[in-house]
Design a binder for this molecule. Structure first.
Ligand SMILES: CC(C)(COP(=O)(O)OP(=O)(O)OC[C@H]1O[C@@H](n2cnc3c(N)ncnc32)[C@H](O)[C@@H]1OP(=O)(O)O)[C@@H](O)C(=O)NCCC(=O)NCCS
Length: 309
């Protein structure tokens, strides 16, 4: 009979199984470097895993990050996953309980999958939620055509070429917690492209990151813009600066369903509206305090494992 053991902060090899499997079975969009990124850039980070005893074969995982701010620590839970053949056997809940014990009475957030959201609220107190769900929209890149005649009122630059204080200032209009260190490291990750969009006066009105993730998918994470015209110019320039962008598989956005502009954006870049598929995906949930976000500017969340916007 297979026995199991729990390993906290396992070798990279275990994380690589998580990235591969969650991409295949859940469409999750993580990169192999994310484990190192979380461990290096949050104030504390735990990856709690269950493996088949004596091996590094993944059975279950959950992550926890502590991110200190002026309002105290914020904990975030992510990567909660049980390998399909072991689901429903009671191996998931104890590791979830373990990270909740570490988080204690502090505010804690997660993006709850549709089928799990109510359980997180009822069992673990993640009951401070916005009204809306987050929806996922994607389009095959073979169905994407860059529209002509986009606005000439906006232009973009790669993130390293803009006034970084101005970019940080813009980011604080999106995320009220200071995440300069986290986002700087995020932009620097390999296989990651970030551009900033400004108006004719040089004022920053948005920025977007596209990450190359499993199965040659293009994951927009994050993507923010003050208006649809700026978002369109940003998407054109981002795509055109990814080598061989047409050879990738899908382009993906995860956004608050109360904001209709991300869907309009994708439909404008798709050869037909029918080429865009959309599904209800997750909900932002907190245990103590719901941290507000400017949903009308959010076209895609950043890191839906350890961040809330
Ligand atoms: C969500 C998931 C990790 C749960 O794994 P599991 O194997 O069902 O976990 P267990 O066997 O320990 O759970 C036993 C029961 O406790 C529930 N449970 C498990 N974890 C729970 C949690 N964190 N909070 C509340 N209830 C939980 C299960 O839903 C199940 O309840 P049920 O018998 O009423 O259906 C697993 O289904 C999975 O990997 N799903 C795909 C990835 C995903 O959606 N992850 C969640 C992202 S937010």
């Amino acid at each position: 009979m297979v026995e199991f053991e729990t390993i906290v902060n396992p070798p990279q090899e275990v994380f690589e199984q998580i990235v591969k499997l969650t991409s295949e079975t859940e469409d999750w969009a993580f990169q192999l470097n994310d484990y190192n990124f979380w461990s290096s850039n949050f104030d504390q980070f735990w990856l709690v895993t269950v493996v088949e005893k004596g091996t590094l074969n993944l059975v279950a995982s959950v992550s926890l990050a502590r991110w200190d701010g002026e309002d105290g620590p914020l904990f975030s839970v992510g990567m909660y996953y049980v390998v399909q053949k072991y689901r429903g056997t009671g191996l998931g809940k104890p590791i979830f309980q373990k990270v909740m014990d570490i988080a204690g009475d502090n505010n804690c957030t997660l993006t709850g999958a549709v089928k799990m959201s109510a359980k997180y609220a009822n069992v673990f107190g993640f009951d401070k939620c916005p009204e809306h769900w987050h929806v996922w929209s994607d389009v095959k890149l073979s169905d994407v055509e860059i529209p002509k005649n986009l606005s000439s009122k906006y232009s973009t630059k790669v993130w390293t070429e803009v006034d970084y204080d101005a970019l940080t200032y813009y980011d604080r209009t999106i995320c009220i917690r200071n995440r300069k260190k986290i986002m700087t490291a995020w932009f620097k990750l390999p296989h990651t492209f970030t551009r900033v969009v400004s108006d004719v006066n040089g004022k920053i009105v948005g920025y977007g990151t596209i990450r190359l993730v499993g199965n040659k998918r293009l994951s927009c994470a994050p993507y923010y813009a003050d208006n649809l015209e700026a978002a369109e110019v940003l998407l054109k320039d981002l795509l055109e600066n990814i080598p061989d962008w047409k050879t990738h598989t899908t382009l993906e956005f995860l956004y608050p369903e109360c904001n209709k502009d991300p869907l309009r954006l994708l439909e404008k870049f798709a050869k037909s509206k029918e080429a865009v598929s959309t599904k209800k995906f997750c909900r932002s949930q907190f245990t103590k305090v719901l941290i507000p976000t400017p949903d009308e500017k959010v076209y895609s969340l950043s890191d839906f494992s350890q961040q809330y916007v």
